[in-house]
Design a protein around this ligand. Structure first.
Ligand code: CAA
Length: 255
């Protein structure tokens, strides 16, 4: 698979490009995606990232089953760790990552979408965690991120049955933020990214970072993280410019 990166202004789009195998991931593709996400994360001129799949059939049909069929536990651990590194990289880059799910998001494909900050779906998108039908549990984060996103009961049903979820149901259960016609999906993701990119880069990054601890600590601990982020923003160029712009009734010009 090739991982294609394009830029429009401060928004980067990463396209998973192996449509002949429904954008399924082998080890090399995962390593490329990890490198691309880390590189974009370190690029201060990038303010939002869109992740999508090539073709009109799939976002990603998961881990490459042909490759996995030969794994022993050691190889599976290395492959699982690499997939988890990709999802952690998506989750921890300072910029928000928007999944534009343009078709099948199965197994590892769904797990990569789950690691994104926001998910938009084409009305043709289909989600599933079908791992148990292959004799394995999920390995790139579904057991941890799906319950946090849609609640434990719904997540358990989806992971333990492996059943498919269409875009309408995905919207109803909170798995996606919005559903669009296939031809309107990337424009909608672009608009959302542009809206985010119009805000303070450092404030967006601080808000993303603070939200990341929401499920790992108790409320007082999380509030302390939020307070640190809030206080640290004061005195920064972004805070001075953002507030000056409001008071002077103009649009902010971010540094
Ligand atoms: N790995 C490798 N190849 C895959 C693939 C995968 N995950 N998914 C699809 N492909 C390949 C197919 O083998 C086929 O290739 P050939 O033409 O060479 O035979 C091609 O993509 C097109 O797929 P289909 O002919 O199957 O297309 P379809 O429209 O009939 O079905 C589908 C589409 C329902 C998505 C079906 O392809 C499917 O069920 N794929 C497997 C999905 C899956 O189980 N994903 C989870 C993998 S496990 C995982 O990801 C573990 C983890 O947690 C990390």
């Amino acid at each position: 698979m090739s991982i294609d990166v394009t830029r429009v202004g401060s928004v980067a789009t990463v396209t998973l490009n192996r449509p002949e195998a429904l954008n399924a991931f082998d080890q090399a593709a995962l390593s490329d995606l990890l490198r691309s996400v880390r590189k974009l994360g370190a690029d201060q001129t990038v303010r939002a990232i869109i992740l999508t799949g090539a073709g009109d059939r799939a976002f990603a049909a998961g881990a490459d089953i042909k490759a996995m069929a030969k794994f022993n536990p050691q190889a599976a651990r290395a492959f699982g760790a690499l997939g988890q590194a990709v999802t952690r990289a998506i989750e921890t880059v300072p910029q928000p990552v928007i999944a534009a799910v343009n078709g099948y998001a199965f197994g590892g494909g769904c797990e990569i979408a789950l690691a994104c900050d926001l998910r938009l779906a084409a009305d043709t998108a289909v989600f599933a965690q079908p791992e148990v039908s292959l004799g394995i549990p999920p390995g790139w984060g579904a057991t941890q991120r799906l319950p946090r996103l849609v609640g434990g009961g719904v997540a358990a049903e989806l992971i333990l049955t492996g059943r498919r979820v269409d875009a309408t149901e995905a919207l109803r259960i909170g798995l996606v933020n919005a559903v669009h016609r296939p031809d309107a999906l990337l424009p909608a993701a672009g608009e959302l990214a542009a809206q985010i990119a119009g805000n303070s880069r450092s404030a967006v990054a601080a808000a993303k970072q603070a939200m990341a601890v929401a499920f790992g600590v108790d409320v007082p601990g999380g509030l302390l993280t939020e307070l640190d982020a809030f206080a640290s923003a004061f005195g920064t160029e972004d805070q001075r410019e953002g507030m000056a712009a409001f008071l002077e009734k103009r649009r902010p010009v971010w540094p």
